[in-house]
Design a protein around this ligand. Structure first.
Ligand code: PHE
Length: 340
């Protein structure tokens, strides 16, 4: 046994030198000093020894164990230190290197203009409403006084999903939805930004475009209130010297109705190509809410009145930034988008 212990010590001392990691050392500990390790294995034979020999062998075994353990301890320290040094040098950073500049995204020109419109109307006390883009025929047409087979439906050549469901052709259905939701509260004073869809596609028409709807219902709302609100909007949006012009028009859901022009922002009204030499640019449709529409929305047209308007965001954006082709807004070419 003495012999065995000496051989074990010799073998172990050689082997420990091969250890290069904490994992290796752990394996080593298990192999030699563990519960089923080689040292324990040898000591199993102790029972067969004589009473004089047993303490001597016991002592030798302890010496072997202690010596291997202290070697293990020593080597563990060394390897730990090395691993720390290695990880520190791997982590080292050169603070003199130039940083990587993150690419800054930019807001889309349509979003810029929608937010600007929202700010202006919120300043006048309007709140923001939204409605679904997939809309019921009822809200898109019927509740706006456009019954089935009404010729006004043709003005808005539409994407139908089923006979009763379509992509909304304007933001006006949110007028009806909001009245339903709020009745009988007053005032109803909202704007509605959103996407709308029509079967149009050329340099000035896209099958998807954006509108901002406005609706004010209260006691004694007059046509002059509509004019005042829109003039205030035009001046904040396009400049303090803006003029507006109202021309008689027709919408089934307003009576009377008016189309609203702003004085041309390119030539200031003198006449140029942008305004077709008229000095005026059309930006929205509007009017006093039709009594039938108030009624269907749950308000009594004898007691309350209101005005509504709907403006095209693409058109306003193109005018504001001098963009000559609507499609640029939807092609997502960064060379174009970076300019805003
Ligand atoms: N919804 C109309 C359109 O899309 C615009 C409009 C809104 C007109 C509100 C009058 C009142 O053409």
């Amino acid at each position: 046994m003495r012999e065995q212990l000496h051989l074990l010590k010799e073998k172990a001392e050689k082997e420990i030198l091969q250890c290069t990691s904490l994992n290796d050392l752990n394996d080593f500990r298990i192999k030699y000093l563990g519960k089923k390790g080689e040292l324990t294995q040898i000591l199993r034979g102790m029972g067969k020894l004589s009473a004089e020999e047993r303490p001597l062998i016991g002592q030798l075994a302890n010496e072997v164990r202690d010596s291997l353990e202290s070697k293990l301890q020593e080597l563990t320290e060394v390897i730990k230190k090395k691993e720390l040094e290695r990880s520190l040098s791997a982590e080292k950073i050169d603070i003199t290197l130039p940083g990587i500049r993150p690419e800054l995204g930019r807001q889309h020109p349509l979003s810029i203009v929608i937010e600007e419109i929202e700010e202006i109307f919120m300043g006048m006390g309007f709140t923001i409403e939204e409605g679904p883009e997939i809309e019921l025929d009822y809200y898109n047409f019927e509740a706006l006084n456009i019954p089935k087979d009404h010729p006004a439906r043709e003005m808005q050549d539409s994407f139908y999903i089923s006979p009763e469901v379509l992509l909304r052709t304007h933001t006006s259905p949110v007028q009806a939805r909001t009245m339903e939701k709020m009745r009988p509260q007053l005032p109803v004073k909202i704007i509605v930004p959103g996407k709308v869809y029509r079967r149009d596609d050329d340099a000035t028409h896209s099958p998807m475009f954006h509108q901002v709807e406005g609706l004010l219902i209260d006691k004694n709302v007059r046509f002059s209130d509509l004019k005042g609100v829109l003039l205030n909007f035009a001046r904040q949006m396009f400049g303090a010297n803006q003029k507006i012009r109202l021309r008689p028009s027709f919408f089934p859901f307003t009576e009377p109705s008016a189309e609203v022009d702003i004085s041309c922002i390119m030539c200031k009204g003198a006449g140029c190509r942008t305004c077709g030499h008229t000095g005026w640019l059309e930006i929205l449709g509007s009017g006093m809410v039709h009594p039938r529409v108030l009624e269907m929305g749950g308000y009594n047209p004898e007691e309350v009145s209101g005005f509504a308007f709907g403006m095209g965001v693409e058109r306003i954006t193109m005018l504001k930034y001098g963009i000559d082709d609507l499609r640029l807004l939807f092609e997502n070419d960064v060379r174009f988008l970076r300019q805003f």
